[in-house]
Design a protein around this ligand. Structure first.
Ligand code: GLU
Length: 286
């Protein structure tokens, strides 16, 4: 379509945003290099962000290792590394803004409650069980009493209300043009978890907007989540970046590379004596 614009030149700002839940592997190298080489060849900017809001899964030593591995690969980035766990108050303000407009509600359900609510729960595009809406329908008095008692709760987006406010949305994908978004397929997503007042979807859209990211480069596994990210951007009045989702690397077993493939970690490859150029070639990137 004629009105589709993919940023390039100095207007291109992209990023690599790993979650330090383990050592970086070849798949991460591919993703980092996809963004870095695109930014550097265009004369744009490349930023690094550590998405470490999950205290149960992220460790500071893996964050340090990520930085070490990326430097070893030969990457550089513009400005300081953004570390999400240091910015929870900023995410809280976004939640407050959505909450003040009646777009959030507290959810007291456990994971088991959600699964038990339907024998074969419908799935969101990211594979998560669709929330049946139990706490959206809670009696207001009971809800207030449970909040007053300090009961642990997540905050969920009232998806129907959010979609009404935002209206129809499109996303722009490099090489594919404009596509209509269907965030409603995610149902009432969690935007603040019980154990941490934030979530991946909230933080990623907040931080991309804050950093002025104009082209989100990341793996195609995150393509479905883009519809939800477009919704949050629209609700918050944040600009819509363009997207370039790259294919994932696969291991010898044909499955996508994941942290379970310890042998493919960049640290392991380095320890085997490979040099960064060889590893970059293995990652399928220049
Ligand atoms: N932190 C996410 C991950 O490691 C990536 C987020 C993104 O690039 O949007 O899967």
């Amino acid at each position: 379509m004629n009105d589709v614009h993919i940023p390039t030149g100095p207007a291109l700002r992209t990023r690599f945003a790993p979650s330090p839940t383990g050592l970086l592997h070849l798949g991460h190298a591919c993703s980092a290099l996809a963004g870095w080489s695109r930014a550097r060849s265009a004369g744009g900017r490349f930023l690094l962000r550590l998405e470490d809001i999950d205290p149960g899964r992220c460790r500071p030593e893996w964050a340090d290792a990520a930085i070490r591995d990326l430097r070893w690969l030969g990457l550089d980035w513009d400005g300081p590394v953004r570390v999400q766990s240091a910015h929870l108050a900023e995410y809280r303000r976004t939640l407050d803004s959505l909450g003040a407009r009646g777009l959030l509600y507290p959810c007291f359900c456990s994971r088991a409650d959600v699964l038990a609510a339907g024998s074969a729960p419908h799935r969101a595009p990211d594979g998560a069980a669709l929330y049946p809406g139990t706490c959206r329908r809670l009696d207001p008095g009971l809800r207030a009493a449970r909040l007053a008692a300090g009961e642990a709760h997540a905050l969920r987006l009232d998806m129907a209300a959010a979609c009404r406010v935002a209206g129809p949305l499109d996303r722009i994908e490099d090489g594919q043009g404009r596509t209509r978004c269907h965030p409603e397929r995610f149902g009432d997503v969690v935007l603040a978890r019980k154990e941490v007042p934030a979530s991946y979807h909230l933080c990623v859209t907040h931080d991309d907007a804050l950093a002025g990211i104009t082209l989100v480069t990341r793996g195609v596994d995150l393509l479905p989540a883009t519809d939800l990210h477009r919704l949050l951007q629209a609700l918050m009045g944040w600009p819509a970046p363009a997207y370039a989702h790259h294919p994932l690397l696969h291991g010898p077993d044909g499955r996508r590379l994941a942290k379970r493939d310890g042998a493919a970690s960049l640290a392991a490859l380095r320890a085997q004596g490979l040099d960064p150029r060889e590893v970059r070639a293995m990652a399928g990137c220049r």
